[in-house]
Structure formats: structure tokens, C-alpha cells
Design a protein around this ligand. Structure first.
Ligand code: ZN
Length: 293
């Protein structure tokens, strides 16, 4: 997979320290000569690898992950796209993570969180689902740009650091197998993998299953969304011990009305999870209006 290939390319090998270097032609030569040859071979490999990376940089100069403009480093955003991200920072509702227009003090809940408390404990997102964020999510989801998950996952780990500090397990919101087959990959799973790598938390991609194929949520009202997701998620019996008593960090790409993550959280709590927190890359901020993606 592309993401792992990139990770290996980024993994600097220090000359002479690479473990498991093959012993080349050591028969019949002295030990010091063998060590010298092995170090020389490692150095050559390292130089080749560095040279190859330089060559890739010449053929494919680093480009902005959203608009393809030239950037100083790979897997980064250009200044214009960076400014196009509506980062969500405090003050926000401590449950829903929705931003407040003014700071009224720490630990406040929004009227929406009080009137209709979510099943999950807390939700956090890097940014609003508009501008650059919308472009990035669409590229990841429909453009098969799996490598974007490295950058987005890093930003998510940062935005969700308080949730990650309390969590014991990272889980993606699963796709139904027919949708997975059509789309070939689950964008939530690649983001969850990146978050797991950034935070060091264990990842369980199959602990939660989508057992019922649901209609696309687009265009449905809040009530219809909840109805549509009734019984859609399930923790397989073999996975119960993994979930039981654990605080889960549930990962998805975008949080819209929260109906999907509420349904997934309900299934996890029924299976014995102690709590579920939700971390997404983007979220829709609507001031209570119904919207669609
Ligand atoms: Zn850009």
C-alpha cells in the first residue's frame, strides 16, 4: 500500500547500523574485512536510497496535497490552502466539539448537547467541513489518495490529543462490505491507522462491523438518519473481549449530524465499552440547521 511505502522511504537508515544486513562474501576473508565490506555495502544502499529520493524529488517536486501548487516539502499544504482551513479551537462545546462564537468560560456545553445528549462522550474535529478541508476529504474518499491519510491523521492526533490520552483502543467507523468492495478502501480505516500510528494507541479495524447496508445519508433529515442506522452496527462476539471495559476512540472522516457515530457508539457501549469518544478530520458546523454533504 502507498502509505507504507512512503513510511519506509521516510525511515532514514543510518550507515552501518542497519540491522540484518546480509553478510556478503564473508567466507575465506578476515572478520574485519567482512565488517568493512558489510559497512560499505550498507553505505552504498543508503546512498542509493538517498539518491533515489532526490531523483523522485526532481521528477515529482513536492506539491500541495490539496491544490498541487509547489511546496517546500512533501505531504504538506501550500500557505493559501492552509489559510483555507477553518481550524476548530476552544472555546467549543465540551461534548459535541462545536465552536462557540464567544468565550463564556471553560467546560461549557452547547444548548444542542443539553437538549439532545449524544451517545458518545466527546467529539473533536480538526476543522470545519468547507474550503480546503472539503477538497482534502473528497480527494481521500473518491480520489484514492490514501497517502493523504498521513497528513490528515497527524492533524487529527493533534486536535484529539485529550481524547487520545484517555483512550485505550482506536476503531474506524466501518463500511458495509458491499460499499467497501465498490470503493476498495474505507477512508475511516486509513485515517484510524494514521491516528493509531501517531498516538501509539492499538488499532482494531474489525472490532465493529456494519451488518446492515444503509441508504446514503445525504438528503435525509436527522430523524430519518437515525432510523436509517437502526441496528446497522454490531460488535462480533469474538471481538467483545477487545471492547469490554475499554474507552474507545472512534475515527471517521467527517461528522455531519452525528447520527452515524451515535449508532456506532451505541453498539460499542452495548458490547461493554466503558465510553466512546469521536475524532473526525472535519465536521459540519451549522448552528442547528439541517445540512447534507
Ligand atoms: Zn494548495
Amino acid at each position: 500500500m502507498v502509505e507504507w511505502r512512503i513510511e519506509r522511504l521516510d525511515d532514514e537508515a543510518v550507515p552501518g547500523s542497519e540491522p540484518g544486513s546480509p553478510a556478503i562474501g564473508t567466507a575465506g576473508i578476515s572478520r574485519s574485512a567482512a565488517i568493512f565490506l558489510r559497512a560499505a555495502a550498507t553505505r552504498t544502499r543508503w546512498s542509493l536510497r538517498t539518491g533515489l529520493r532526490g531523483l523522485i524529488g526532481i521528477v515529482y517536486p513536492p506539491a500541495c496535497i490539496a491544490c498541487q501548487a509547489a511546496t517546500g516539502e512533501a505531504q504538506a499544504l501550500c500557505p493559501a490552502c492552509w489559510r483555507g482551513i477553518g481550524f476548530i479551537e476552544r472555546p467549543y462545546c465540551e461534548r459535541l466539539g462545536t465552536p462557540f462564537p464567544v468565550d463564556l468560560g471553560a467546560g461549557l456545553l452547547s444548548p444542542a448537547a443539553i437538549a439532545d445528549p449524544p451517545v458518545f462522550a466527546r467529539a473533536r474535529a480538526v476543522c470545519r467541513f468547507d474550503g480546503t478541508a472539503r477538497e482534502l476529504v473528497h480527494r481521500l474518499k473518491y480520489g484514492d489518495r490514501v497517502e493523504l491519510s498521513l497528513t490528515l491523521g497527524r492533524m487529527m492526533a493533534q486536535a484529539g490529543r485529550e481524547l487520545a490520552a484517555d483512550a485505550e483502543l482506536v476503531l474506524p467507523v466501518p463500511l458495509h462490505r458491499t460499499r467497501l468492495w465498490r470503493r476498495r478502501f474505507n477512508q475511516a480505516a486509513v485515517l484510524a491507522r494514521a491516528v493509531s500510528r501517531e498516538t501509539g494507541l492499538p488499532l482494531a479495524t474489525t472490532a465493529l462491523a456494519r451488518i446492515r447496508r444503509t441508504r446514503q445519508q445525504v438528503g435525509l433529515t436527522r430523524a430519518q438518519r437515525a432510523d436509517n442506522l437502526q441496528g446497522a452496527f454490531h460488535v462480533p462476539v469474538a471481538m467483545r473481549s477487545l471492547v469490554e471495559g475499554r474507552r474507545i476512540l472512534l475515527v471517521d472522516d467527517v461528522l455531519t449530524t452525528g447520527a452515524t457515530v451515535n449508532a456506532a457508539s451505541r453498539a460499542l457501549l452495548r458490547a461493554g465499552a466503558s465510553a466512546v469518544d469521536v475524532l473526525t478530520f472535519a465536521r459540519i458546523v451549522t448552528d442547528g440547521r439541517e445540512v447534507t454533504t
